[in-house]
Write a protein that binds this ligand. Structure first.
Ligand code: PMP
Length: 429
């Protein structure tokens, strides 16, 4: 496949946009080569500026569970856009999507809309600090919670892909309030809680991390976090920006039956438009302005276009719960097919999967936390694999530290095509 026009566009972009991209992982810096510029997308496919058709396993980094340009979502956006794009006043549709989210997600009474996952997690931590009157937070190495200062400490996703998990620009004062634990290791959390008695406002975790590849929680890990939080008067924040409305209608809280105190959402809740949200029980949410003292705001929060797209998306997920089973089955099929193809070609690999999130690591050892993800990433092999897939029309994330997201628009024929390509590429590794 030729990517000539993409390369030309990238050269122009680099002159006026830092690195030619508005979000770092898009730049292909980790895997080498120039990024693909997309012109349009439909269902399971991306169509690029050179006229190539690609089967998409990124799906805008997760949200497009029903595939690209899904008609009910697009129609809802067009309809509402004709009536105006932003009012800065309350609108009825905000209540409708809030009612639906509160119905779908367990253990929440109220939800506040923001404009990105970053805003959701940043606001959730402020709320946890205000509610508990404590200052420090615990996060896990390799988990990514967006790019606000408190979280760029051993962060995953692009931060680790580019070797800057601790970003310059984050002050020491901020960094000292973020304590780091090891994912899937309750003892590391307990030690921090013991050493910082009465100081920990919250533990924030991707309950199923997707930003160091996909890492399923070990048996009892999330339950253990719940117990530790209860015992220490600390709030448990689930960052469900990737897992929310994907691993179950109610996210990980429902799928694995563990309650969080605050749940954060992004992407999915906006059906692909720029939205995030955070949600909790009344006693916590009523701590927020204008009812309570913790300030949080946004001119475009609850934007009509975003709410219409999100409402169309969530309504379909709520009305057709079979979608969750369908995407899980497709992911399992892909998993089994890739496993066969890679084994037949004697490639060392580990595939992690839960529901419709899956990642391929090029090492034999289990990948259970950031350290094992980094050790097993087989970075050179991954980069070869990535380019082999792209050459053959399969678009996966351009980093070994990301997850593949399966949309229901993918057909079994698409999956078979992908498995054949994996077999072909595996011969070259
Ligand atoms: N939390 C998680 C778990 C994420 O995966 C991401 C983004 N990939 C974010 C937060 C930040 O979301 P956004 O990029 O919308 O700010």
């Amino acid at each position: 496949m030729e990517y000539k026009r993409s390369s030309e566009l990238f050269a122009s972009a680099q002159k006026v946009i830092p690195g030619g991209v508005n979000s770092p992982v898009r730049a292909f810096k980790a895997v080498g080569g120039d990024p693909v510029f997309i012109k349009k997308a439909e269902g399971a496919y991306l169509f690029d500026e050179d006229g190539n058709k690609l089967i998409d396993y990124i799906n805008s980094w997760g949200p497009l569970i029903l595939g690209h340009a899904h008609k009910p979502v697009i129609d809802a956006v067009i309809d509402i856009a004709k009536k105006g794009t932003s009012f800065g006043t309350p609108t009825e549709i905000e209540t409708k999507i809030a009612e639906l989210a509160v119905k779908m997600v367990p253990n929440i009474d109220k939800i506040r809309m923001v404009n990105s996952g970053t805003e959701a997690t940043m606001s959730a931590v402020r709320l946890a600090r205000g509610f508990t009157g404590k200052e420090k937070i615990i996060k896990f190495a390799g988990c990514y919670h967006g790019h606000s200062d408190s979280f760029l400490i051993q962060a995953g996703s692009g931060a680790v892909t580019f070797g800057t998990p601790n970003s310059p620009g984050v002050t020491q004062g901020t960094a000292k309030d973020t304590l780091l634990a090891k994912y899937n290791d309750l003892a590391s959390v307990e030690a921090l809680l013991d050493a910082n008695k009465d100081d920990i406002a919250c533990i924030i975790v991707e309950p199923v991390p997707g930003n160091m590849g996909c890492i399923p929680p070990a048996n009892g890990f999330l339950e253990g976090l719940r117990e530790l939080c209860d015992a220490n008067n600390t709030l448990l924040i689930f960052d469900e920006v990737m897992s929310g409305f994907r691993l179950a209608p109610g996210g990980v809280q429902e799928r694995l039956n563990v309650n969080a105190d605050i749940a954060c959402f992004g992407k999915v809740i906006g059906g692909g438009l720029p939205v995030g949200a955070f949600a909790a029980r009344n006693e916590i949410m009523d701590y927020l302005a204008p009812v309570g003292p913790v300030y949080q705001a946004g001119t475009l929060s609850g934007n009509p276009l975003a709410m219409a797209a999100g409402l169309a998306m969530l309504t379909e997920l709520d009305n057709n719960r079979g979608i969750f089973e369908s995407i899980d089955k497709k992911t399992k099929y892909l998993h089994e097919g890739m496993e066969k193809a890679l084994s037949a070609n004697n490639v060392d690999f580990t595939i992690n999967r839960i529901g419709s999130m899956i990642s391929v690591h090029f090492g034999k050892e289990p990948v259970t936390d950031f350290e094992s993800a980094a050790n097993s990433a087989g970075l050179g092999t991954f980069n070869k694999f990535f380019h082999g897939m792209l050459e053959n029309g399969i678009y996966i994330a351009p980093s070994a530290f990301e997850t593949w997201f399966i949309s229901d628009a993918l057909s079994y024929e698409d999956l078979d095509t992908t498995i054949k390509v994996v077999d072909r590429v595996a011969k070259t590794l």
